[in-house]
Ligand binder design. Structure first.
Ligand SMILES: Cc1cc2nc3c(=O)[nH]c(=O)nc-3n(C[C@H](O)[C@H](O)[C@H](O)COP(=O)(O)OP(=O)(O)OC[C@H]3O[C@@H](n4cnc5c(N)ncnc54)[C@H](O)[C@@H]3O)c2cc1C
Length: 477
């Protein structure tokens, strides 16, 4: 009999886990409550455009995410900078974080020497702190109890260095300011991204809407791999006489193993209470952190680069979304808004957005348009054709000191049940890379649990595991 695996949640973690289990030869059902796949990476139509719920970027070091893109046949749909290059502006100054073809950390030395927000002394102190951060033991449980902000102050980092450099990178990757971040997570990000391999932090982004990149391509790959995608909300996952039962509003499905790939609150609601060995209030204690995106369409080009970071401004990062959204640069008669030829669509990504997430659109407009004009002089004479806001209240967990003990591993106390999701114990912050890694770990758990039950024929070529072709797809009503 072919073992049956149920994967609950169709974000990047669930897609990854389902593909892995299907490739290993198991009969996989993936349950997703929404009508699309891709989870927190999705897009919605607005006139002629596809709007991403929020700008997503990845780094060259995100090797598991890149492997997923390969599996989905989507590698050509992303752009990866050949060399890290971040134009930075703010407070009347302009800088550039561009790497040299030198080994890390020397690759950033030239950029640092010319970085206009740091005095000569601050540059030296920055280098000393960066070298000390390289030596931080991220595996030591005590490291997770220390605030990154406290650690930076203890290593001579003043407000200017924190605002213009540490937080510039940290807010975007960790979705929190240094004072609110665990040293273990911050050190992981900086060690992997900036201090070890010179190419690791080259930035990548999608050239097409996320819905196509992950959701539609994910659906196609899952279907091709034999996964049954069921768009139903799972209401409970329970132990059954032999294996597990997965209940939805309409049906109960039998499974030999389950991967839960839903957000923390959903996992707590769905799974048996003894699945994770965590304090009762773990979901609230882990918490969540919002990301807000401010979308502005100008009637002309106001920014020449694909992205720009801001210092001392509400505009943390701004991205040119014109190509990726499908905005046509010629006249666009079908659009909800009249888009003039040569229009440009920018998205401002605001992470750790607690202060902004509840502000009315009109107020955000009053704050962000002048800030964009400060950063992008061409915006001062351009007309705003459209302005709207997307808010993700639970974009990531809060990577606060002490959060590591609230992130469970893939293996649970219950045989045959594994956890996935960017919030689980991946060692990474809540990112696409973390989600994919979690899906891989959960699939490995399930596959090892099912080792005694043979996968279906054909899997042998993909996984090295032998097995006859049998397919069970019963639905218990
Ligand atoms: C605005 C924004 C910007 C971001 N920017 C970046 C970035 O630049 N770089 C980066 O790497 N990461 C970024 N992230 C984080 C990244 O998107 C997430 O870490 C990742 O997508 C999480 O994937 P996941 O599969 O773990 O969870 P999710 O994407 O949350 O997937 C969980 C899925 O489970 C489904 N589900 C929930 N309950 C049920 C149920 N009962 N039954 C069935 N299905 C259910 C949900 O509908 C969802 O599809 C950003 C996130 C946001 C919101």
């Amino acid at each position: 009999m072919t073992a049956r695996v149920a994967v609950v949640g169709g974000g990047l973690a669930g897609i990854t886990a389902a593909l892995r289990c299907a490739d290993a030869g198991y009969a996989v059902r993936l349950f997703e409550s929404r009508p699309w796949l891709g989870g927190l990476t999705h897009s919605f139509p607005r006139g002629d455009l596809w709007i991403d719920n929020g700008q997503h970027v990845f780094l060259r070091c995100c090797d598991r995410y890149l492997a997923l893109l390969d599996r989905l046949g989507m590698r050509d749909a992303v752009r990866l900078q050949p060399r890290l290059d971040i134009p930075v502006s703010g407070a009347g100054r302009v800088g550039r974080l561009r790497r040299l073809p030198l080994p890390a950390p020397l690759h950033l030395s030239w950029a640092l020497l010319r970085y206009p927000w740091l005095s000569q002394g601050a540059r030296l102190r920055f280098v000393r702190a960066a070298l000390a951060l390289r030596a931080v033991d991220t595996a030591d449980p005590r490291t997770d109890t220390i605030s990154f902000g406290d650690w930076l102050r203890a290593h001579g980092q003043h407000r200017d260095a924190v605002d213009s450099l540490w937080d510039l990178v940290g807010i975007a990757t960790l979705n929190a300011r240094a004072d609110d971040v665990s040293l273990a997570l911050a050190a992981t990000v900086f060690q992997i991204g900036l201090l070890t391999d010179s190419g690791a932090a080259d930035i990548g982004w999608s050239r097409i809407p996320l819905r196509q990149l992950h959701g539609e391509a994910g659906h196609a790959a899952l279907t091709a791999a034999g996964v049954t995608v069921i768009h139903e909300k799972v209401t409970a996952v329970r132990r059954a006489e032999a294996g597990w039962s997965v209940r939805t509003g309409a049906s109960t499905y039998a499974a030999d193993a389950v991967v839960s790939a839903v957000p923390p609150a959903a996992a707590q609601a769905l799974l048996p209470a003894d699945a994770v060995d965590l304090p009762a209030n773990w979901v609230a204690a882990l918490g969540s952190s919002p990301i807000v995106n401010i979308h502005v369409i100008y009637d002309r080009r106001v920014m020449d680069e694909p992205l720009r970071a801001g210092v001392g401004t509400v505009v943390q990062w701004v991205f040119d979304r014109t190509g990726a959204s499908g905005l046509r640069t010629e006249a666009s008669p079908r659009s909800a808004v009249a888009l003039p030829a040569g229009a440009q669509y920018l998205a401002v990504s605001v992470s750790a957005a607690d202060a902004f997430v509840d502000r009315p659109v009109a107020q955000l407009r009053r704050e962000f348009l002048p800030a964009l004009e400060q950063l992008l002089p061409a915006a001062r004479t351009a007309q705003v054709v459209d302005f709207f806001v997307t808010r993700e209240r639970h974009a990531t967990f809060r990577p606060a000191p002490g959060s590591a003990r609230l992130r469970p591993p893939a293996a649970t106390a219950l045989p045959g049940l594994a956890l996935a999701g960017a919030w689980t114990d991946t060692g990474w912050p809540a990112t696409m890379e973390g989600a994919v890694r979690s899906g891989e770990s959960a699939a490995a758990e399930v596959i090892s649990h099912l080792a005694g039950i043979r996968p279906r024929a054909g899997a042998a070529e993909r996984t090295g595991m032998p097995g006859p072709r049998t397919r069970i797809s019963e639905v218990i009503r």
